[in-house]
Design a protein. Sequence first.
Length: 284
Amino acid sequence: MSPDLPPALRLAADRLLEGVARKGLAERAGRISQAYRAGRTSAGVVADAADATAYVLARLPATYAADLRAFVETAVIAPDFAPRSLLDAGAGPGGAGWAALEAWPGIAEATLLDSNRAFLEMAQTLAAEAPAALRDAARIRGDLTRPDAWPAADLVVASYALAEIAPANLATTVAALWASTLGVLALVEPGTPDGWGRILAARDQLIAAGAEVLAPCPHAAACPLDAPDWCHFSRRLPRSRDHRLAKGAEVPFEDEKFIYLAVARPGVAGAERTPRVLAPPHRA
């Protein structure tokens, strides 16, 4: 599938930019990116609608492309899995939900969970002309580090969300996500050594809880990679003129590095796995 944003989402994002000074938006997007790289969370980075707009311009295309790649690969491994309900935990502006509907068009109802009011309001704005599952989605303010009575769903996703959780709270959050999962749980993280570390920790915990690994690993054994190597993938996506301005970039594309994990309840059948090549081959 194309990494481009769906037409309705692209149109909604473009509408956000009408009458907005591009220079000021680019400066705001730069500050947000620097804050995230410094380890700050969205609660202290995205404070209002202007911040959420800058985030949509700078980060939504890349996170959507990574999510779509992870979800499509999961759908290939579990071809009979046909979710009807979605819980997007740590939803941000809702990009993961759009990607989930591209991979599983049969999703009929969705719940978006996030602690940031500006993000939830932005998700609603972007979904004004979305499929009904997103347009009419329930939007709940909730802290991923304080599990509550989250609704159960066939598909539970947490996209670029675990990075904002302190290591001491990670296991509690992963357990709560798994408890809400009726079918498949998909986690997507930045393709950094730290992101890989969080995915590995979640993988060990979920396997111990009885989850079946669907993707990307073709097995449930220990990961064969050792530092300084780490597992990650890359998704190339085009940059619009405004996207390039927000990123301060000249190149008309970017490569989003990401890592993901998809696990399933025992009732979800997975196809036979094939071995994966973990590193580029060396020419000699």
